[in-house]
Ligand binder design. Structure first.
Ligand SMILES: Cc1cc2nc3c(=O)[nH]c(=O)nc-3n(C[C@H](O)[C@H](O)[C@H](O)COP(=O)(O)OP(=O)(O)OC[C@H]3O[C@@H](n4cnc5c(N)ncnc54)[C@H](O)[C@@H]3O)c2cc1C
Ligand code: SF4
Length: 511
């Protein structure tokens, strides 16, 4: 055998450059399912189903082409670890080299490299052209910059890839329409009827995977009965078309809005399909741009959406590979508290957190503001250990893969990497959540109260955070106002906040 080509669960594209010169006469594809990928990286049941079902569907496509495929299924061998299964496959096939697309995760890259080394077999990594910015290009952009800012990277990407550009200028005369993209739903009427995202009832193959996951991983968090995610390229394309047609027009305006029983708002729900390579980011960006030129979606929405993919997604991936493995250990504030148990059950009195957690357990999904400004904001204000929070985020979302989960959690939500790639900690009191949602109207706490029996934990812990870090916040132009607002409180008020916060922090499980 010439090449044994390993296709990982997040590399499910027929256009993968690792497969470009595939020769069925002398190569074979290897795909490996392993319990360790669901247990060592603890995982929501729907996340396991997502990966396994998409992998098995992709394997069907390879077989339909008549390509030699060694598919190691979960139940196939006694040994349950990915490394052992890979080592056994290398023994079985004895290829001249193992070839694969660069792994998305640092851990997986090392694991594969070590297994090849032990088998004395060359490992041929192929550049992952799924991304528009290669790791080398990102490193060149970041060179000599101590602090990295997405906005500048995004503008470079717009120019380099000629996205929403006209005669060298951004279409519409500005790069950023963020100010128009922060509305909440009307408080009286709520979100109204939002067109449903495309949903895919499990076919026979997915139903088998669901049964197997329920039987094999009964103690894992989350539900499988609502599973509706696209698991094939054909389904992912339908999901993309449906989003562009029905939901993109209001994506921008309500990007930051939250409402009970509205798990996705106007968001795209395309992250898992993108991360598993069922969709190419270029086609997603092109479809959104075209919607603007066709006049079916306003520029604010289109720019806001493209910014997420061409800007944030590429930036986050670049930063991950630049700063690993240190990023995994980063802990700017030295926070050490344990994750409250209710993160896994959703059983908390805080209505906002409860809503976000319950939908997360049901679907393996929460949208960005729920992840950043509800669960993430709480984790930072409650001084939770970044590593425990990171493990939770990696476990609980169907789209979670470390290259995208970790920088978002450590860098964006927890400010654990300091100012390296975010200019300020994203902290907010209950007032922000009250403004952006209807959660507070059904809550035992009151967002306006800093102290007392009904004090909102977000509000108390926010002021406690500002009090603790007043000096650093005061010297940063982006947070100076927070520190200034604190100085309006009297000394006894500040003392009372500190006292109440100390009690809350000692009793996080009871909140
Ligand atoms: C603490 C935290 C953890 C996160 N963990 C993950 C994760 O494990 N996997 C993941 O894909 N995203 C993660 N994100 C980013 C973002 O929240 C999700 O991509 C988004 O919510 C997915 O839903 P959607 O497809 O409806 O996105 P939309 O809001 O419709 O956005 C469109 C697309 O843009 C991309 N995107 C948007 N925001 C980001 C971002 N900040 N970073 C990278 N890509 C982005 C996604 O591919 C997404 O599908 C995390 C964010 C936070 C704050
Ligand atoms: S009062 Fe506080 S805890 Fe309750 S929903 Fe509002 S912000 Fe969340």
């Amino acid at each position: 055998m010439r090449h044994l080509i390993l296709v990982l669960g997040d590399q499910l594209s027929m256009h993968s450059p690792a497969l470009s010169d595939f020769d069925p006469a002398q190569d074979a594809v290897l795909m490996i399912e392993a319990d360790s990928e669901a247990t060592e990286v603890w995982s929501h049941k729907a996340r396991i189903v997502m990966f396994l079902s998409a992998m098995r569907h992709f394997a069907g496509q390879l077989r339909a082409r008549g390509w030699p495929l060694d598919y190691v299924a979960l139940a196939a061998h006694a040994d349950t670890s990915f490394a052992a299964r890979l080592a056994a496959a290398l023994q079985r096939h004895r290829p001249q080299s193992l070839k694969l697309l660069e792994a998305g995760e640092f851990r997986m890259r090392n694991l594969i490299a070590e297994t090849c080394k032990a088998a004395q077999l060359p490992c041929h990594w192929v550049d992952d052209t799924h991304f528009l910015c290669s790791r080398t290009e990102f490193a060149a952009w970041a060179k000599n910059k101590r602090e990295l800012r997405m906005e500048f990277f995004y503008r470079d990407m717009r120019k380099r890839h000629q996205v929403l550009m006209q005669a060298g200028e951004p279409v519409g005369g500005q790069w950023n329409f963020d100010v128009e993209n922060r509305s909440s739903y009307p408080k009286k009427t709520g979100p109204g009827a939002i067109p449903l995202p495309a949903a895919f009832a499990p076919d026979a193959l997915t139903a088998t995977v669901i049964a197997e996951v329920e039987q094999r991983f009964p103690d894992h968090p989350g539900a499988t009965q609502h599973f509706f995610w696209p698991v094939t390229r054909e389904q992912a394309l339908i999901a993309l078309d449906t989003f562009i047609r029905d939901r993109l027009p209001n994506f921008g305006k309500y990007q930051d809005a939250m409402w009970t029983n509205t798990p996705a708002g106007w968001h795209s729900l395309l992250s898992a399909a993108l991360n598993l390579h069922l969709l190419d980011p270029r086609e997603v960006i092109a479809a959104a741009e075209q919607a603007h030129y066709n006049g079916t979606a306003p520029l604010e929405a289109v720019e806001g959406f493209i910014r997420q993919i061409l800007g944030w997604r590429e930036f986050i991936r670049g930063v991950y590979w630049l700063d690993m493995p240190a990023m995994r250990e980063a802990n700017h504030y030295g926070h050490q508290r344990d994750l409250p148990a209710w993160f896994w059950s959703g059983e908390t009195h805080m209505a906002c957190v409860r809503d976000c957690l319950q939908q997360t357990l049901a679907y393996g999904y929460a949208h960005h503001i729920q992840r950043l400004m509800v669960t993430g904001n709480f984790a930072l204000l409650a001084e939770l250990s970044p590593q425990q929070v990171e493990d939770w985020y990696l476990a609980i979302y169907v789209d979670a893969i470390e290259w995208v989960e970790l920088p978002n959690t450590a860098g964006m939500a927890l400010h654990a990497c300091g100012p390296r790639f975010t200019s300020k900690p994203y902290v907010a009191s209950g007032a922000y959540i009250h403004r952006q949602s209807n959660y507070c109207s059904g809550c035992r706490y009151d967002p306006a109260q800093r102290t007392g029996d009904s004090a909102c934990p977000f509000t108390t812990l926010y002021w406690n955070f500002i009090d603790k870090h007043a000096k650093a916040l005061g010297s940063n132009p982006r947070t100076a106002l927070m520190a200034k607002n604190l100085s309006r409180l009297s000394d006894p008020e500040r003392a009372a906040i500190r006292k109440q916060a100390a009690v809350m922090l000692q009793n996080l499980d009871a909140l």
